[in-house]
Design a protein around this ligand. Sequence first.
Ligand SMILES: Nc1ncnc2c1ncn2[C@@H]1O[C@H](COP(=O)(O)OP(=O)(O)O)[C@@H](O)[C@H]1O
Ligand SMILES: [Mg+2]
Length: 302
Amino acid sequence: MASAGTTPFYGREHELRRLQELAGKKTASLVIIKGRRRIGKSRLATELARRLPGYGALSFQGLPPTAHLTAGQEREDFAQQINRQLGIPAPRADDWNTLLWSLADRTRTGRHLLVLDEINWLGSKDPTFLGKLKNAWDAEFSQNPHLILILSGSLSGWIERNILHHTGFLGRVSLDFTLPELPLATCNLFWGKHRDRITPHEKLRLLSVTGGVPRYLEEMNPTLSADVNIQRMADATKSIARSWRRWSTALWTYRNYTRHSASARPGRSANTARIWCRRAFCRATTPGTSRRRMKASTANCA
Ligand SMILES: Nc1ncnc2c1ncn2[C@@H]1O[C@H](COP(=O)(O)OP(=O)(O)O)[C@@H](O)[C@H]1O
Ligand SMILES: [Mg+2]
């Protein structure tokens, strides 16, 4: 598994405790970790590996989907990860069964932490992937009582639909949780030795932009002011800039519609304003939502 690097790890004690407890069970554990991107799912798994002495840790990542990525390329990449991590020749990549069985062969006995990261990407191109994973769990992985298999991903809806609420995986999951943003007390630790010098007002300004998302918090430079940090992050992180743009568009839409509805169409207008506001805020908070999907999901809201 990739090393945790040199940056310190903060908080997540509750989640780590729950995960560590699984090592005391007498049966294999299937775990689901959901959460938005950059919230710390992969890092949590790495930290868990460090805190599970005697466990061999393996982590496999799905490839981010692109318009041209094929199911074959996704499998080929997985085969190469097996080759690199296990030091065995890359298995044939024409079928998920071959890949999953070759993993199962290597984890049949002994203590193993196995992570399939961004499972929603791994499974996005091949409709047979989840069925084969479920079969591999039933017939192979679950037979090792000292195995912990973590499936993590950032598309919570996809995971809920296809794994948590899917009959194929019913009754198999030992633990599932959604990683939340870090609480304020933990965010404060990212200021390191500067944390007592910086005013709560400065900290709040920065936290109002970064939220409790560790990726953005670790980007912050505690020796610079909140304003400079925000500017630098917005320059460097297009998504923050985009999200700011979306929020300001949402607020602008809200203002215009409430104004417009108050003066122009008193009867229907309050409802229309609410619908438009909700659409604007949906766009602000869920990047990537297409205009058509958002219209459909808010069509009946009043
Ligand atoms: N609890 C934490 N304390 C300190 N840094 C963290 C913590 N969680 C995540 N990070 C850092 O935040 C960044 C994003 O985390 P990552 O695990 O890659 O997110 P995800 O897998 O959810 O997209 C990484 O650089 C990671 O080291
Ligand atoms: Mg990750």
